[in-house]
Each structure stands twice: as C-alpha cells, then as structure tokens.
Design a protein around this ligand. Sequence first.
Ligand code: AMP
Ligand code: MN
Ligand code: MN
Ligand code: MN
Length: 285
Amino acid sequence: MSTSILNADLHCHSVVSDGTLTPEALAARAHANGVELWALTDHDEVGGQQRALAAAQGLGMKYLTGVEISVTFAGQTVHIVGLGFDAQDPRIVEGLRRTRGGRSERAQDMSDGLAKVGIRGAFEGALKFVGNPELISRTHFARFLVESGVCHDTSEVFRNYLTEGKPGFVPHRWASLKDAVHWITDCQGVAVIAHPGRYSFTANEEFALFTEFKAHGGQGVEVVTGSHTPPEFVKYADMAREFNLVASRGSDFHSPDESRIDLGTLPWLPGQLTPVWELLADRIQ
Ligand code: AMP
Ligand code: MN
Ligand code: MN
Ligand code: MN
C-alpha cells in the first residue's frame, strides 16, 4: 500500500502562536480524529515543541517537530513550514527569535491605524487574546474586533481591516527565503512551501518562488491543506511533480470556533507523489 494513505496532519497552531488550544488539547483532538502522524507548526516559534511531543507520545501518536516561518518574497508574505528539524539547535532558535522581533512595534502601528478609523484600544484588546507576548499577530486583532462587535467573524475583519490597503494593515519585512530554508535544513529538517494557493503571485513570480526555494535546498510543498480548494490539490500535485518536490498534508487548524477544516479530516494526498514523511522516516519521534 502506498504510504500516501496515512492520516498525517503536519500543520496547525497552538496558543504559543495564534491558535486557541494548548499543545496538549491539540494533541488530544488530533488523536481523537484519527491522526497517526502529527506536527505542531506555530508561527516563528518552537516554544511548544516539547509539550507537543510529550503529549503525542503519551497518546501513542507519532510526532515530527514543526514550525511555520514568515518570509518576505517578491513583496508578499510567504510561509515556509519546517518539519523534523532539531528544535534545540541554536541556529533555528536564534533565527526565529530575530524574526519575532518587530511584531510588537508593528502591532502598535496597526493599532494606530485602526484608531484613525475610530477603533480605540486595539493593541490592548488584541493582547488579551495573546498567549505568547512575542507572537502578537493579525489573528489576535481579528479576535478583538469580533469580540467588540465591529465585525461578525475573523474573515470579515481581514477583508475590511487587516489586509493590504486597509486601515489596520502595516507592511512588515520578515525573514528571507534563503535564511528560512537554511535554518530548517541546517538543523536536519525538511523545508516545505506552505499553502502556495493562498498567495497572489503571477505565474512568473510563483515559478520564481518554487525555483529559488529549490535552489536554497527546499524539498517539499503542501498539496493538501485546509487553505486549498480541490482544483488547487490537483494544481499543486502537478507542481510537486514538475519541481520534483515531496508533498505534505496539513489542516492549518487554529481554533474550533474559526477553522473550517478540523485536524486529520482532509482528503488523502494524491497517489504518485512522494509524501514528505518518507524523507523524514528517521526523524519521526
Ligand atoms: P501575521 O503573521 O500577524 O501577519 O498573521 C497572519 C495570520 O493571520 C495567518 O497565519 C492566519 O492565521 C491569519 N489570516 C491571514 N489571512 C486571513 C484571512 N483572510 N482570514 C482569516 N485569517 C487569516
Ligand atoms: Mn495563523
Ligand atoms: Mn500560513
Ligand atoms: Mn498556518
């Protein structure tokens, strides 16, 4: 049997970044949903890895270390997932620490932008939802704007307030693609392009992203993710073959109240692709 038939969920978020569940609660939910191989991939932070691993091991569920790194490429934010790396290695720990720097100042600027359209106290409001003070994100602002009745749900907040050209949007320079890939690969991990269908690149820019990612040592791409539509599963399965990349699968689960796709409930990876876990067999814990 092909190893693509494995309930692997290699992308989700805890309170250590912008999820609402603890690593332990996520592990329990993944396990209850039949996940056989799990990774917690908090944004720019590995502070939840020990807890996630311990919880997975307590449940008899296989685990890979994970992270989702924010990168600036061709003027857009791109996310690179790292899997199976050594989460204690100072090279990745230090790189991520530098990437997180600047989030607090950006959040102040976002709050100032929102104040100009009459939304007061957004910085303090967002902070109430933050589990990790170094990781204040747009998601926390979105939760505050829903709580205060400005919008009905978080996607409405992003549409009207937190995306390019809107009052709470502040451009930010994240890590370079090269640095992010190297932090992961230098620490024995595999780098994966997260949800490529979510970016608004031209075909040429997307080609450049895949080409440069490979040139830096990136090896994988998310094909089946909660952010893709079924036609995008097909498109990125084709891209994986074209660029000779291994394929990953992950829900990108953030919260029972917000996420459309629950842990472990996505379709299988399409056949004829090499699953990322085949490259990481000796890194599974
Ligand atoms: P940040 O890293 O602060 O820019 O926040 C990015 C996070 O915002 C992503 O990881 C998602 O969790 C969330 N996000 C981005 N776009 C949307 C959207 N359109 N609707 C809901 N959440 C979004
Ligand atoms: Mn997020
Ligand atoms: Mn992402
Ligand atoms: Mn994510």
